[in-house]
Design a protein around this ligand. Structure first.
Ligand code: 3MF
Ligand code: MG
Length: 342
């Protein structure tokens, strides 16, 4: 049985409520206030995009200085950087993607910025680089060559691995949004890419619950798949109500049973015992006041820990015997009964 869990979130998980249809509705918390909240609410890790960590227009010397200050601030607060992710999807250079763009200048920009993210990760003391391939896909199928796109994934990951022999690359796959169709949309796709890289042992996975659901998959089964390969190096727990835009809802608040299934598989296989974080990627509802706009984080954490209790109440021998007799009606009722407190 796993011991304790360490939790993380990213500063973007505390936000001002802007959505594609309307402006901000709350004033901002400062970065320091976000970190203070993390400490107070019992989080141990902070997830960073490159430009959450540092102004990436700084010179490299200025960047080093700023990162040393940030690292000291994190150390002093007892926080750790979980990972750094290059935010490649906002710059005009990557309007049609980064490493799978048809434009060599865009591919060069994406690689240079990603290599800089590797440096940022190292300066913050983490060996994890997360890739969410936001715009690596198509709006119409003929826009990019899908065979070439897969080859470019391999080349790009190889360039990251070659740049720093200690860096690990974690793919965070998502099947769509913002693109109509994303290349390498699932865990299995990315692990297939990993197997073609120069060092598959340094390429793994971060699974986001909502991304799996959007792909029509069960997050717990995606997690089990990655665990079987020893590749589940991060998670973004959240929840999702059906197949629509990526909602990033509070963990467990839509489908408590689906949340249970994820905690069950994570706890059973000692997720976290190699330093992995229970990461959240959640957004509070736009309707929350500023004072009430942090609850989604503590509520997700509390839900996870409550489900750990429920998981540990399960009698494995009961589950095994119901599996043996394939009495899945009873198994369903057994799990639901535990969730209902019975
Ligand atoms: C998009 C996401 C991203 C990633 C983040 C870190 C903005 O659906 O989930 O959040 O999690 O970029 O990889
Ligand atoms: Mg995410």
């Amino acid at each position: 049985m796993a011991g304790t869990y360490r939790f993380s979130f990213g500063p973007w998980n505390i936000h001002e409520g802007a959505d594609p249809f309307g402006p901000t509705v709350r004033s901002s918390f400062s970065f320091k206030e976000k970190l203070d909240f993390a400490v107070k609410a019992g989080f141990a890790g902070i997830q960073f995009h490159d430009d959450d960590a540092v102004d990436i227009t700084l010179s490299l010397a200025e960047q080093d200085k700023a990162l040393a200050e940030l690292k000291k601030m994190l150390d002093d607060m007892g926080l750790e950087a979980e990972f750094v992710a290059p935010r490649l999807w906002e710059n005009p250079m990557t309007v049609d993607g980064g490493w799978t763009s048809n434009d060599p200048a865009a591919r060069k920009y994406a690689l240079e910025r990603s290599l800089r993210s590797v440096e940022i990760a190292r300066a913050l003391g983490t060996d994890r680089l997360v890739l969410w391939p936001a715009r690596e896909g198509t709006y119409c199928r003929e826009a990019k060559d899908p065979k070439v796109a897969a080859d470019r994934f391999v080349e790009y990951v190889n360039a990251l691995l070659a740049h720093d022999k200690g860096i690990r690359v974690l793919g965070e796959m998502k099947p769509n949004e913002p693109m109509d169709s994303a290349f390498v949309p699932t865990t299995g796709h990315f692990l297939a890419i990993a197997s073609r890289t120069s060092d598959p042992s340094r390429v793994g996975i971060l699974i986001e619950s909502a991304h799996a659901i959007l792909a029509g998959l069960e997050p717990s089964e995606e997690m089990g798949f990655a665990l079987s390969f020893g590749k589940l190096w991060g998670v973004h727990l959240n929840d999702q109500n059906g197949l629509k835009f990526d909602e990033d809802k509070t963990f467990g608040m839509v489908n408590i049973r689906r949340a249970f299934s994820q905690v069950y598989v994570l706890d059973k296989y000692n997720y976290g015992s190699n330093g992995e974080y229970v990461g959240l990627d959640i957004k509070t509802m736009r309707t929350q006041t500023k004072d009430n706009s942090l609850k989604h984080l503590s509520n997700s954490k509390r839900c996870f820990l409550a489900l750990v209790e429920k998981v540990r109440q399960c009698d494995e021998s009961v589950i095994e015997s119901l599996r043996a007799s394939h009495d899945y009606e009873e198994l369903d009722a057994y799990i639901t009964g535990i969730l209902l407190g019975g």
